[in-house]
Design a protein around this ligand. Structure first.
Ligand code: FES
Length: 125
């Protein structure tokens, strides 16, 4: 018996191969009302609606940063895998691991992502 090839459905979308989205990179998928950014955060995929909960800015155009850890004065210690996404409009920052804003009061809309047969598949959009 041969397996069926992985294809997109009305609620799941083949984003690309795992190799096309290496750690630290992302890919924009034009689905849903605003589009979705799929991010590789240290080997794990996260998907975020391209809509900032502050005033609707295009969140997926924003830059990514690592977490800056508490440290001594005038020292900046970073950790992680660029898991902070900064909105380009007013600078709100969100953690791609859980979707929560830096102050913990707002959350970005996240979607499920799975890997099947080497393909990254976005679900629920
Ligand atoms: S719209 Fe994103 S920070 Fe204001």
């Amino acid at each position: 018996m041969t397996s069926q090839p992985v294809t997109s459905t009305p609620t799941s979308h083949v984003v690309g191969t795992v190799e096309e989205i290496p750690p630290g990179s992302s890919k924009f998928v034009p689905v849903g009302k605003f589009g979705v950014g799929v991010y590789n955060v240290g080997g794990e995929f996260r998907a975020v609606t391209n809509y900032c909960p502050h005033r609707g800015g295009p969140l997926c155009v924003g830059q990514r940063y690592p977490v800056i850890e508490p440290s001594e004065p005038y020292q900046f210690e970073v950790s992680g895998e660029d898991e902070i996404l900064k909105c380009p409009w007013h600078g709100w920052e969100f953690d791609l691991r859980d979707g929560v804003s830096e102050v913990g009061t707002k959350r970005i809309r996240m979607h499920r992502v799975r890997v099947e047969d080497g393909l990254v598949i976005l679900e629920g959009v």
